[in-house]
Design a binder for this molecule. Structure first.
Ligand code: HEM
Length: 153
């Protein structure tokens, strides 16, 4: 299994806790993080499994892209709104509905908690919850009429 080179993720490290954790702790364990994430997601939301058609290596890369998008959303949501909107519309084609956002957010948190242990502090967790909730709110609003927020706790 080929590991992503670190330099791909070492861009613009900003001092907020979610971003630092992503750049320095999560990206280097991309493959393991992907395995934890998808195992957890398919446990808590088995109905989404058939939507994922790429192989696990590609999924690992997509997970890292997803986390990168979430991290960018935290520090500069307005700048990524147009990209998040088109991403959300793509997700409708994958078969994703608004109710799928909370389990995906929960699986992301689980991955960070499991993969990072004590490095995943309460502050870091709060920053990730805020970022994911804000971004999924934008994506859901762009792609569905529903008033569901995608909030996770
Ligand atoms: C903040 C929320 C999310 C972000 C930032 C995100 C990001 C991404 C990105 C960047 C890709 C790759 C797109 C591409 O290949 O062009 C992707 C693919 C995908 N996402 Fe998401 N995603 C999010 C939420 C979700 C949710 C809630 C689901 C529901 C299960 C989901 C299911 C999928 C699927 C099925 C694919 C395609 C996988 C494949 O090609 O096999 N995503 N996502």
């Amino acid at each position: 299994m080929k590991r992503q080179s670190r330099k791909d993720y070492r861009h613009d490290p900003r001092p907020d806790p979610a971003c630092s954790v992503f750049v320095f702790k999560v990206a280097p364990i991309a493959d393991e993080a992907a395995a934890i994430f998808y195992t957890r997601l398919f446990e808590i939301a088995p109905e989404v499994k058939p939507m994922f058609k790429s192989d696990i290596n590609q999924q690992g890369r997509k997970l890292m892209t997803t986390l990168g998008v979430v991290v960018k959303g935290l520090s500069n949501l307005e700048a990524i709104v147009p990209a998040a909107q088109s991403l959300a519309i793509k997700h409708v084609d994958y078969g994703v509905g608004p109710d799928h956002y909370p389990p995906v957010g929960a699986a992301l948190l689980w991955t960070l908690e499991t993969g990072l242990g004590p490095d995943f502090t309460e502050d870091t967790k709060a920053a990730w919850v805020e970022a994911y909730t804000a971004l999924s709110g934008v994506m859901i609003a762009a792609a569905y009429d529903a008033d569901s927020s995608g909030a996770i706790s």
